[in-house]
Design a protein around this ligand. Structure first.
Ligand SMILES: [Zn+2]
Ligand SMILES: [Zn+2]
Ligand SMILES: [Zn+2]
Length: 138
């Protein structure tokens, strides 16, 4: 299944409607090679679709919540999740030069299981990004 079909399925399951803006943002992210900011996404959306950056931010928020995209903090952009259906810790290796990112999943997150008992939080999430140079940039 493609990223778009799979994302639509997940959004529907979470009771979100597939609006024009949501579909348009999905289409841009499906094609993206590097993390895109809301402004980058706006540039890629066809002019006949009325959408502004505020709307794009709202769409991205929903997408992030349901787990179909991730924010890449080192590049301040968003990428599609390659493993929407896999639970676990979704992490990234990010090229600090060109911004290309590769996602990988660990079933059990060592970082979270090794957290000192004293620090236990109810719901855990953390950002896992490794910066480096990709083959092309090295
Ligand atoms: Zn992911
Ligand atoms: Zn690179
Ligand atoms: Zn983790």
């Amino acid at each position: 299944m493609t990223f778009i079909d799979e994302s639509i399925q997940i959004l529907k399951r979470e009771s979100y409607k597939i609006t024009g803006p949501r579909r348009a943002v999905l289409e841009v992210l499906a094609e993206a090679e590097i993390p895109l900011s809301a402004y980058d996404i706006e540039e890629h959306i066809p002019e006949n679709i009325p959408i502004n950056v505020v709307t794009i931010y709202r769409v991205l928020e929903v997408f992030e919540k349901v787990g179909i995209i991730h924010k890449i903090h080192t590049k301040e952009g968003y990428v599609r999740c390659d493993f929407e259906k896999q639970k676990g810790c979704h992490s990234f290796a990010v090229c600090s030069e060109c911004g290309r990112s590769k996602e990988f999943v660990q079933k059990e997150c060592k970082l979270e299981t090794q957290l000192p008992q004293k620090l236990v939080y109810k719901s855990l999430s953390h950002i896992s990004e490794i910066s480096g140079l990709c083959k092309q940039c090295a």
